[in-house]
Design a protein. Structure first.
Length: 509
């Protein structure tokens, strides 16, 4: 059905004024970006978007997760696990690229869902992304604080325990460094996207340089014997968590999980997927890109390709430098250099991780504010948060609000156990976007698409299946927490969002 002609003037589908599946036409979405008080400034290029993608994906995962998963799940074959996760992300990236070039509007998966599936699914995914990006930013800020405290200790300086996240008596304290980091980055995002992009570019150049130095230096310490066997024999998992702590797929089918072997490669892929989270944030900046139809697909696919190559290279180096059974789980790459009597490079890794996390935190906060801004502009959240700064052209109200909230969360709360919510939130977004591509192809075949996802509906279907498989490999307790957050979102939508939506004829226009 072509929804262009029969659509009512208010942009709904099917004429149901209060219908929860009413869609916002692509034309209206683009037209809303031209309202002076709610228009973001276009200043980004394909290079800026690629930098954002690389900046958010390359974080502590490349220095820590590679060795951890090699030791516990896949051995040297962890390189293949990164390839598997990269393929899952690539399937989603192809869907994101089509949407971002067709609907170059802030909001990413939220906006894409609104244009294809309907308002309630869009609200659900937007609500999901707000939690995902807030938790991700807070967790990264706390991790950054830990690296900085470690560097301060090395230099002979230290912060009081009460300002380092825990009090001297063992209770909760205040993580001053994490709090201040988020506030500073919030200020940069308020001042302007171009300045944020320049700061991110500098940080990413430093970070990637450190990664390349590590790869080249580590290559001199490789031993072929460390790669034997490349795929260790499968063995039953020991100490597997019971109850809701077990993977959902285990709770459903009752099988005993294994580590290593071919199955271990796929189990590891579900874990290392966390290292890829963030490339989709490139799509949230589509509205602030000078040529989104061309540059957003390049930014999404280019950043993903660069990150996959770097992850595979680092995993090959770390498992070649030290036998996978001897790798540490705290700082495997740094400790591998120490085991080879190269403490200098261990220090370089710590420096690169600390610098890199700055960019990760900034870009996660950027993505969250843009999703919140888009939902506010549509009336699903208070419209006051969608006004842009008259001088900077940024959504300063939503940025300040969310920045303060995330800073407080990072400063006062230990939320490492909630980090898996970031995984499930991202995978859920992948599923919705893939479905949306197929739906919009059928309902609006007339739309100009400068980038088209190949082999539709096969590629979107593969993306849904791959993402769903990784989701059910997450712990059952993660699903419970996710369900609680979604239930809260449903309540807010039906109490506020549905009646205040700009697509509602009786609501505010």
């Amino acid at each position: 059905m072509d929804s262009e002609t029969p659509q009512p003037p208010n942009g709904t589908r099917g004429g149901a004024r209060g219908g929860v599946l009413r869609t916002k036409s692509v034309e209206r979405s683009i037209r809303d970006t031209e309202e002076p008080e709610h228009a973001l400034r276009k200043s980004l290029s394909a290079w800026d978007l690629t930098v954002f993608g690389v900046g958010v994906v390359i974080g502590t995962g490349i220095f820590v997760l590679t060795g951890q998963v090699a030791k516990t799940n896949a051995g040297p074959a962890v390189a293949l696990s990164f390839v598997v996760s990269g393929v899952v992300c690539a399937l989603a990236a192809l869907c994101y690229a089509e949407f971002a070039s067709t609907v170059p509007v802030a909001g990413s998966a939220y906006t894409f869902s609104y244009a294809s599936i309907g308002e309630l699914p869009a609200w659900i995914i937007g609500w999901d992304l707000i939690l995902e990006l807030a938790l991700g930013c807070a967790v990264v800020a706390v991790g950054w604080s830990g690296y900085i405290r470690s560097l301060l200790d090395t230099a002979g300086a230290s912060l009081p325990a009460s300002l380092s996240g825990t009090s001297g008596s063992g209770g909760f304290g205040f993580d001053l460094l994490a709090f201040l980091l988020v506030l500073v980055l919030t200020g940069l995002l308020v001042v302007g996207m171009k300045l944020s992009a320049r700061v991110t570019s500098i940080v990413v150049v430093v970070k990637v340089t450190v990664v390349l130095i590590v790869i080249v230096a580590g290559a001199f310490y490789l031993k072929s014997s460390n790669y034997q066997p490349f795929v260790p024999p499968a063995q039953g998992a020991t100490g597997a968590q019971g109850g809701l702590g077990a993977p959902l797929v285990q709770l459903i089918f009752g099988y005993r999980p294994t580590t290593f072997g071919v199955w271990g490669i796929f189990t590891a892929a579900a874990v290392v997927f966390f290292a890829y989270i963030g490339f989709d944030i490139v799509a949230t900046a589509a509205e602030e890109t000078r040529n989104p139809q061309r540059d957003v697909p390049r930014g999404i696919l280019g950043s993903l390709a660069i990150c996959t190559v770097l992850y595979v290279a680092v995993s090959i180096v770390v498992t070649g430098m030290q036998k996978y059974t001897d790798l540490s789980t705290e700082a495997p790459l740094a400790d591998a250099f120490k085991a080879n009597h190269s403490p200098f490079f261990a220090g370089v890794i710590s420096f690169g991780a600390a610098v890199g996390l700055t960019a990760v935190c900034m870009i996660l906060l950027l993505g969250q504010t843009r999703v919140f801004f888009a939902m506010s502009r549509d009336g699903l959240l208070p419209r006051m948060f969608s006004r842009v700064h008259p001088a900077f052209g940024t959504p300063y109200r939503s940025t300040l609000l969310l920045g303060l909230v995330v800073a407080v969360v990072a400063g006062f709360t230990s939320i490492s156990e909630l980090s898996e919510l970031v995984n499930i939130g991202t995978l859920f977004a992948f599923v919705v976007v893939a479905i949306g591509v197929v739906v919009l192809r059928r309902t609006r075949p007339d739309l100009p698409r400068s980038f088209r996802t190949p082999l539709v509906p096969l590629v979107p279907a593969l993306s849904v299946c791959a993402s769903a498989w990784l989701m059910i490999n997450l712990p059952g307790e993660t699903w419970v927490r996710f369900g609680i957050w979604m239930a809260i979102g449903f309540v807010i939508y039906f109490l506020y969002g549905r009646s205040h939506s700009r697509l509602n004829e009786s609501g505010p226009r």
